[in-house]
Design a protein around this ligand. Structure first.
Ligand code: MMA
Ligand code: CA
Length: 233
């Protein structure tokens, strides 16, 4: 077949000038396709693709590293917080013998009804006091009944004042820290309290002859009472 015939030498007889004779080597650059797809100075497509892939992988690794580093830092932070939260010793009782459940409060916490209460030994601002309770898996104490008010006040020092989980959310709107409704008929304000719009935190105190609530500035440093649910095992 014609396509399979290779001409080593071609002569054009009727051409007057240069009646050229082209050798194999002379025709080669014109006829043969160059083996390289791109110019020798530029990187090949394969090289570019590999570099792009490598770059993408590097970015992915970097992103993953940053992501896991942040996760790890967060985990360390949480672990630190849990260090405070872990109650190393529990005091447990079996409340209802037929029920095979232990009801527990951490050591140094006082059980009452379905909760455990912790009386702080040092003074802090209202916000810090709530944060300290929170780090122990608790919140500032919420009082909804005379029984709760009496239970806690009989264990407190009458010379001190203790933050409870009640605060003014603005415009004298009283809010309990656990979001339970503020019931005006179950409050234990001292006479003539609350008395100051600038006092948005509340302490239970015994200034004269009885225990009651007083609004004070949240920046005041006072002791506090934390509350958490009993732990059932
Ligand atoms: C303090 C402070 C107030 C409280 C009054 C009551 C002088 O201010 O505790 O919150 O209302 O005492 O006299
Ligand atoms: Ca007051």
């Amino acid at each position: 077949m014609a396509s399979e015939i290779t001409y080593a030498e071609v002569k054009f007889k009727n051409e007057s000038n240069s009646s050229g004779t082209y050798s194999d080597s002379a025709t080669a650059p014109k006829v043969k396709p160059t083996p390289h797809l791109s110019k020798p100075g530029r990187p090949s497509l394969l090289f570019t693709s590999l570099m792009t892939l490598f770059l993408l992988l590097a970015i992915a690794f970097l992103a993953a590293f940053i992501f896991y580093f942040q996760k790890y830092s967060q985990l360390l932070e949480e672990k630190k917080a849990i260090g405070d939260l872990t109650h190393k010793e529990l005091n447990c009782t079996k409340d209802n013998p037929p029920m095979d459940v232990w009801s527990c409060c951490p050591k140094d916490w006082k059980p009452f009804s379905s909760h455990c209460y912790y009386i702080s030994t040092d003074a802090a601002s209202g916000r810090e006091s709530e944060e300290k309770c929170s780090r122990m898996g608790a919140h500032l104490m919420v009082i909804h009944s005379q029984e709760e008010q009496d239970f806690i006040t009989k264990t407190l020092d009458p010379k001190a004042a203790y933050f409870i989980g009640l605060s003014d959310a603005g415009h004298r709107q009283w809010r309990w820290v656990d979001q339970t409704p503020y019931n005006e008929s179950a409050t234990f304000w001292h006479p003539r309290e609350p008395n100051n719009n600038d006092e948005q935190c509340v302490v239970v105190s015994h200034p004269y002859s009885s225990w009651g609530w007083n609004d004070i500035r949240c920046s005041d440093e006072q002791k506090s009472v934390c509350q958490m649910k009993r732990i059932y095992l």
